[in-house]
Design a protein around this ligand. Structure first.
Ligand code: NG6
Ligand code: CA
Length: 516
């Protein structure tokens, strides 16, 4: 039974449904669109080529493939940026990350999204959803001087989530504890938590001083406090009882998500299920060990697939799969060595994490942001491979359209309503796409992609050079025609000066005013 009908529907959506009559089936009734449950499964660092349904070699992903084959499998869908914090910022606010200078944050950074800012969960909350976030946060917490032994706020509960169970930043950053609501789980006032990103605090050993204690070697940035045999970014003392065990992530996060779903099965809910996998440090549960041909990284993909399957399975058992729209995607492209010698490079074999695309996580080239993306809603969305150009920034306006919610001035300013494409009714969505990466920005118009030249003196981040990742930074303009050159191998800017000029002007305009 669909819940809470009687919502007014967006004119755009209705007209899209009408204009796509040939693809609408009897099953797809406009009224059925009222308040579906919405689950965003947000994988970390999963590349375009990392799923079976997207051509993976060396790992099988049957659960995600079931969604890919039974829903809309997008081939030109993009994370809003080539790293985590900016992508998450855009996904939750519908606004490009540069507008708030969003960059990868340390684990003790203050909340990036301030209370009062319109967010996807607060919009859904207003129209009657119960909202929850489980998993990786990495959007900052607190007001600048966070005390992990007290109430940690503001955080998700202050920007639209009713429930939160978090990894505060990343798996490779301290504090290595869970945060439920405002409180660290199992915090102990007799063993207070201290976190410092500059100076050593606490009694724990560090990777720098005791590399012999590590389960695998790490670069200097990841060689601080050792927890569970892994050295992390940053120092942490205290909180012994609260420490997480990385191998337990799949079961802990699954349990929390399933609990949230069960509790809310009779009312519309929104779950932002934000995975740690397949980010570093990769330490899948022993039951997934050796389940791929690619060592830790491949086994983390198997674990991610299992966790996804648990959600699909739970919805089916509860009989609410047909009332639930699942959007599955990744926060940025793939990276093999992101600080730890976990064998991802050595065991890669013929697998191509970025699929046919150039670059990786951090990069302005396609593999930085073109990520596997699936919309799955049994009984509502037909199976389809879609070449629609869409961005995660668009989820805000598109999910607002399902609710009949009209965006107000200042709300989700960069988000476009691409709902008809999301539902597989059309392959038409964006014409223009903005790309943000660590060292460059780009603008796509149709199949032409323009990468703006870097200002004089701008440096390629050292850690990327060390990793051999192409950031895409160049002092010359770059132009690629993705229709004939998807691998961005031939820079056609020199012979297309007038097109470069037009795209440069459009990019500048967008960075000031925004283009919908
Ligand atoms: C970088 C880390 C990297 C990873 C990344 C964030 C170093 C040298 N590298 O700064 O390991 O944690 O931040 O990844 O510290 S993301 O997917 O959350 O954006
Ligand atoms: Ca990421």
């Amino acid at each position: 039974m669909y819940k809470a009908l009687g919502v007014c529907f967006s004119v755009l959506l209705c007209s899209a449904l009408v204009s796509c009559q040939n693809q609408t089936t009897e099953r797809r009734q406009i009224s059925d669109l009222a308040k579906p449950n919405i689950i965003i499964i947000y994988i970390d660092d999963l590349g375009y080529g990392d799923l079976g349904s997207y051509g993976a070699i060396g790992v099988r992903t049957p659960n995600v493939d079931k969604m890919a084959n039974g829903g809309v499998r997008f081939t030109d869908a993009h994370s809003s940026a080539a790293t985590c914090t900016p992508s998450r910022y855009s996904l939750l606010t519908g606004e490009y990350a540069f507008r708030n200078n969003a960059r990868v944050l340390p684990g003790d950074a203050p909340a990036l999204i301030q209370p009062g800012k319109p967010t996807l969960p607060s919009m859904l909350q207003k129209v009657g959803y119960t909202t929850g976030v489980v998993g990786k946060w990495h959007l900052g917490l607190g007001d600048g001087n966070v005390d992990w032994n007290d109430s940690v706020k503001p955080g998700p509960l202050e920007i639209g989530f009713d429930y939160s169970f978090l990894m505060p930043a990343t798996g490779d950053r301290v504090p290595t504890v869970y945060l439920e609501g405002h409180k660290v789980v199992d915090a102990d006032s007799n063993d207070p938590i201290v976190v410092d990103y500059r100076n050593k605090v606490g009694e724990r050993q560090t990777g720098q001083e005791n590399p012999d204690l590590l389960r695998y070697a790490a670069d200097p940035g990841h060689s601080k406090t050792i927890v569970n045999g892994i050295s992390r970014i940053g120092y942490m003392g205290g909180g012994e009882k609260a420490l997480w065990v990385d191998e337990e992530f799949p079961d802990v996060f699954t349990e929390k998500s399933v609990e949230f779903i069960r509790k809310n099965k009779d009312n519309p809910f929104f779950l932002f299920y934000s995975f740690h996998d397949i980010h570093v440090p990769r330490l899948p549960h022993p039951r997934f060990k050796g389940q791929s041909d690619m060592g830790w990284r491949g086994d983390a993909i198997v674990q991610m697939d299992w966790m996804t399957g648990q959600i699909i399975n739970e919805l089916e058992v509860l009989g609410i799969a047909n009332e639930t729209l699942i959007i599955f995607t990744s926060d940025n492209g793939p990276i093999l060595n992101d600080g730890y010698e976990d064998g991802a490079v050595e065991k890669l074999g013929n697998h191509n994490p970025g699929g046919p695309y150039r670059g990786a996580k951090y990069s302005i080239y396609e593999a930085g942001t073109r990520v596997p993306t699936i919309a799955y809603w049994p009984g509502m969305i037909d199976s389809r491979v879609s070449g629609a150009l869409i961005s995660q920034t668009d989820l805000y306006a598109s999910l607002a359209a399902i609710q009949g919610h009209d965006l107000v001035a200042g709300e989700a300013v960069d988000s476009q309503n691409i709902l008809p494409a999301l539902l597989g009714l059309t392959d038409k969505a964006r014409d223009t796409l903005f790309y943000e990466a660590v060292a460059a920005v780009a603008l796509r118009k149709g199949n032409l992609k323009y990468i703006a030249p870097a200002p004089k003196g701008k440096k390629n981040p050292k850690f990327l050079a060390r990793k051999g990742v192409e950031s895409g930074l160049s002092f010359e303009p770059q132009l690629y025609d993705l229709s004939v050159d998807p691998g961005e191998t031939e820079n056609i800017a020199p012979e297309n000066a007038s097109k470069v000029k037009i795209l440069q002007a459009e990019l500048e305009k967008l960075m000031v005013a925004g283009i919908r």
